[in-house]
Write a protein that binds this ligand. Structure first.
Ligand code: C2E
Ligand code: CA
Ligand code: CA
Ligand code: CA
Length: 279
C-alpha cells in the first residue's frame, strides 16, 4: 500500500473537499431541521430475556430530510457534536421522550422506561443535571421514567465534571446506563465509581458470542462482575435465536435487537408493548 503517498495527497483529496462541503450543507440543513420539526424519535423495545416482556424502549433520533430521505444518526450526530447543535438536539430528544414516557405511564399500569442517549459533550458543563431535570419537569414527566445512556467517552474528557453531572442526574431520580460497554478504556473502574444502574453490552460482543469461545468467556465475566456490583445488564444487537439462547443461558437480564424489533414509530412501539410479536 502507498501509505506515504496517500498521506501526502490527503490535503488535496477531492473526496475530502466534497465531504467538507457536504458537512457544511448538512450543518445548515440540521439547523433548519430543528426549526422545521424534521427530527423525530423511533423506539426500540428493551426486553426482559426471561419471559420476553418489554420493560422499556430506547429512544433513537431520526431525521426525515425533505430531499435526502432518512439521514442516519451516525451521519449527523458527530457533526452536531462538533457544532454544539447537539445541545438543541438533546433538548428536543428529552422533551419528546419525556412527553412520550408520561403518556405511556398514563395508559399502562406498568409504565415502560424510556432510555435517552446523551452525548459526552454535554458532560463538560456542570449544568447537565439541572438542565435535564428542568426539561423533563417542563413536560411533567417524573425522572424515574427516564433512563439516560452515556458512553465511556463521556467520562474521558473531564472525569470530575462527568461524575458531578451523573451524580446530579442520579440524585434527581434518573436511571443511568453505561452504553456500548466493552468498547472503550478503563470501563471496569468507571463501573463502580459512577452511579450506573445498568450496563449495555455492545453489539460487537453479541455478534461474536456464539462464534468465538473467547467472546463467550468475556461476556460471562462481564455478567459476573455486573452481578457483584449489582448492575443490570442489557445486551445490544441481538439478531438470532442462538444469540438469545446463549444470553439467556448466561443469565443476562435484558436485551434488544432486530430479533425482537428494529426501532419503530411510537404508535408501533405501543402496539408491541401491548402484545409483543415474539411471545
Ligand atoms: P447506540 O446508542 O449504540 O444505539 C444502538 C444502535 O444499534 C441503533 O442505531 C439501533 O438502531 C441499532 N440496532 C438495534 N438493534 C440492532 C441489531 O440487532 N443489529 C444491528 N446491527 N443494529 C441494531 P441508530 O438508531 O442508527 O443509532 C446509532 C447511534 O447514534 C446510537 O448508537 C447513538 O450513539 C447515536 N444516537 C442515536 N440517537 C441519538 C440521540 O437521540 N442522541 C445522541 N446523542 N445520540 C444518538
Ligand atoms: Ca444507546
Ligand atoms: Ca449502544
Ligand atoms: Ca453504539
Amino acid at each position: 500500500r502507498h501509505e506515504g503517498r496517500e498521506h501526502r495527497y490527503a490535503l488535496f483529496n477531492p473526496d475530502m473537499h466534497a465531504r467538507a462541503l457536504a458537512d457544511m450543507e448538512l450543518e445548515r440543513d440540521l439547523r433548519h431541521a430543528l426549526k422545521q420539526q424534521e427530527l423525530m424519535l423511533y423506539y426500540q423495545p428493551i426486553v426482559r430475556l426471561a419471559d420476553g416482556a418489554i420493560t422499556g424502549f430506547e429512544a433513537l433520533v431520526r431525521w426525515r430530510h425533505p430531499q435526502h430521505g432518512m439521514v442516519p444518526p451516525n451521519r449527523f450526530i458527530p457533526l452536531a457534536e462538533d457544532t454544539l447543535l447537539i445541545l438543541d438536539i438533546s433538548r428536543f430528544v428529552l422533551r419528546e421522550a419525556g412527553r412520550q414516557a408520561l403518556a405511556w405511564s398514563r395508559c399502562f399500569e406498568r409504565a415502560p422506561i424510556v432510555n435517552v442517549n446523551l452525548s459526552g459533550r454535554q458532560f463538560i458543563s456542570s449544568e447537565v443535571a439541572t438542565e435535564t431535570s428542568q426539561l423533563i419537569a417542563e413536560v411533567g414527566c417524573p425522572p424515574a421514567l427516564i433512563n439516560i445512556e452515556i458512553t465511556e467517552s463521556a467520562i474521558l474528557t473531564n472525569k470530575a465534571l462527568a461524575l458531578a453531572g451523573m451524580e446530579g442526574l442520579h440524585a434527581q431520580g434518573f436511571k443511568l446506563s453505561m452504553d456500548d460497554f466493552g468498547t472503550g478504556y478503563s470501563s471496569l473502574s468507571y463501573l463502580h465509581e459512577f452511579p450506573f444502574d445498568s450496563i449495555k453490552i455492545d453489539q460487537s460482543f453479541v455478534s461474536r458470542l456464539t462464534r468465538e469461545p473467547r467472546t463467550a468467556a468475556i461476556v460471562t465475566a462481564i455478567l459476573r462482575l455486573a452481578e457483584t456490583l449489582e448492575k443490570r445488564v442489557i445486551a445490544e444487537g441481538i439478531e438470532t435465536p442462538d444469540q438469545l439462547a446463549a444470553l439467556q443461558r448466561l443469565g443476562c437480564a435484558g436485551g434488544q435487537g432486530y430479533l425482537f424489533s428494529p426501532p419503530v414509530e411510537a404508535s408501533a412501539a405501543e402496539a408491541l408493548y401491548k402484545q409483543p410479536s415474539w411471545i
